[in-house]
Design a protein around this ligand. Structure first.
Ligand code: ADP
Ligand code: ASP
Ligand code: MG
Length: 404
């Protein structure tokens, strides 16, 4: 088999962990597999580097921030290659640019355009291990770029597709995808498998165990993703195509995201084109809008409320204030202490009353729902951040997710 193995921050977080990781790689090579590796920076390192940049300048140039944070992954790639040599394994570290990761789009949120990695296949065929830095690439002008937080997952899946691997194994500090974040609910249960579709919802609704774009890529190219632990080499969770024969529970899991803020523009004259007039400039400012609610119009005026990532809260409020004046709206309000809790599952297609049950459970806990959005396989509510843990645990229990 040809396998791309990705090791996250905790799996390369110390010299001891790098030594343990090198042994895992050697083990898979000795089993007769061809291996390429993608690594993250040591855990905490990306945050440390970002903090250094921000301590010098509140608004550092993003080209330089990318150049800085990309070094985190370069350290671990080189150290891991050094350790592999010690174990008698031929290994070479490659930066994103050296590995052929071509990107487009803005600094700190670049997208992979192509992975030109034929030279890595040649290494693998000779039994040697390319150790590639995750999270980074190079743009058309030769600048170092990064792919957004958690981006090494996406690097790994993209590399697996480029080198035509049979599997992309993502090693982390949990032994699989759980019914909810095990750090919040110790009764969370590991899933043996999950469909790309459900995993995509999990990831985009806040389960940061896999970066959303890595799941999108896996789904598009049908690359099996095996999420597993580097601390305990048991079978993890397979993310693959849906097995349509399976009997489905009402829901498969609960996700949450604290990185949310809510903004409202009140008393806008209700005319055709107002949504476009608000969301056009917001999109132009590269701000991702999520849940949107527009009230019924009263006296020819309406209110528009939507959520944005918390890091974009100040920018959104400033932008809306300008729009408010321009559109002759009444006022702008905001709250950056909200969060999102979601229930997810393809079983919702065949079970009725799932959303109602969710609302009942939250009502029993006296949790006020501020906004609601649904799709065929998820229900999301926006609530006060302080209720996240309570809501997650109550829903996990009510939908019997701790039981097989
Ligand atoms: P890495 O550094 O290896 O990329 P991450 O911290 O990005 O690791 O992702 C692993 C973490 O994701 C786990 O420690 C866990 O707390 C969190 N997590 C959130 N939701 C889930 C879930 N549903 N299943 C498993 N882990 C989850
Ligand atoms: N080191 C980067 C981060 O902390 C990328 C990753 O770990 O996936 O976001
Ligand atoms: Mg991660």
């Amino acid at each position: 088999m040809r396998i791309v193995q990705k090791f996250g921050g905790t799996s390369v977080g110390s010299i001891e962990r790098i030594q343990a990781t090198a042994k895992i790689i050697k083990g898979e090579l000795d089993n007769g597999n061809e291996i390429a590796v993608v690594v993250s920076a040591m855990s905490g390192e990306t945050n440390r580097l970002l903090h250094l940049a921000n301590s010098m300048n509140d608004n550092p140039p993003m080209r330089e921030v990318d150049a800085l944070v990309a070094t985190g992954e370069q350290v671990t790639a080189a150290l891991l290659a050094i350790e592999l040599h010690k174990l008698g394994v031929s290994a070479y570290s490659f930066s994103g640019a050296q590995a052929g990761f071509k990107t487009e789009g803005s600094h700190s949120k670049a997208r992979i355009k192509a992975v030109q990695s034929d030279h890595l296949i040649q290494h693998m065929e000779k039994g040697s291990v390319p150790v590639v830095t995750g999270f980074q690439g190079v743009d058309a002008n030769g600048n170092t770029t990064t792919l957004g937080r958690g981006g090494s997952d996406t690097s790994a899946v993209a590399l697996a597709i480029a080198v035509k691997a049979d599997s992309c194994d993502i090693y982390t500090d949990v032994d699989g995808v759980y019914t909810t974040d095990p750090r919040i609910e110790p009764k969370a249960r590991k899933m043996d498998s999950i469909s790309y579709e459900e995993m995509l919802e999990f990831a985009s609704l806040g389960a940061k165990v896999l970066q959303t774009r890595s799941v999108e890529l896996g789904m598009r190219y049908n690359m099996p993703i095996h999420l597993r632990s580097s601390f305990d080499l048991v079978q993890g969770t397979m993310v693959t195509r849906e097995d349509s024969n399976m009997e489905r529970a009402e829901i498969s899991g609960v996700a949450y995201n604290r990185d949310e803020a809510k903004v409202t523009i009140k008393g806008i004259p209700d005319q055709p084109g107002i949504a476009a007039a608000v969301f056009g400039p917001v999109a132009d400012a590269d701000i991702n809008v999520d849940v949107i609610v527009q009230n019924i119009s009263e006296d020819g005026q309406t209110d528009l409320t939507f959520t944005v990532p918390r890091s974009d809260y100040d920018a959104t409020m400033a932008l809306l204030q300008t729009l408010c004046d321009k559109m002759k709206a009444r006022e702008v309000m905001g709250d950056n202490t909200v969060a999102k809790v979601s229930i997810i599952g393809v079983g919702m297609r065949s079970h009725t009353g799932v959303a109602k049950k969710m609302f009942d459970v939250l009502a029993q806990e006296n949790i006020n729902i501020q906004m609601i959005t649904t799709s065929e396989i998820k229900v999301t509510v926006v609530l006060e951040e302080k209720y996240v843990e309570l809501a997650v645990r109550a829903l996990h229990e009510a939908f019997a997710l701790d039981q097989v």
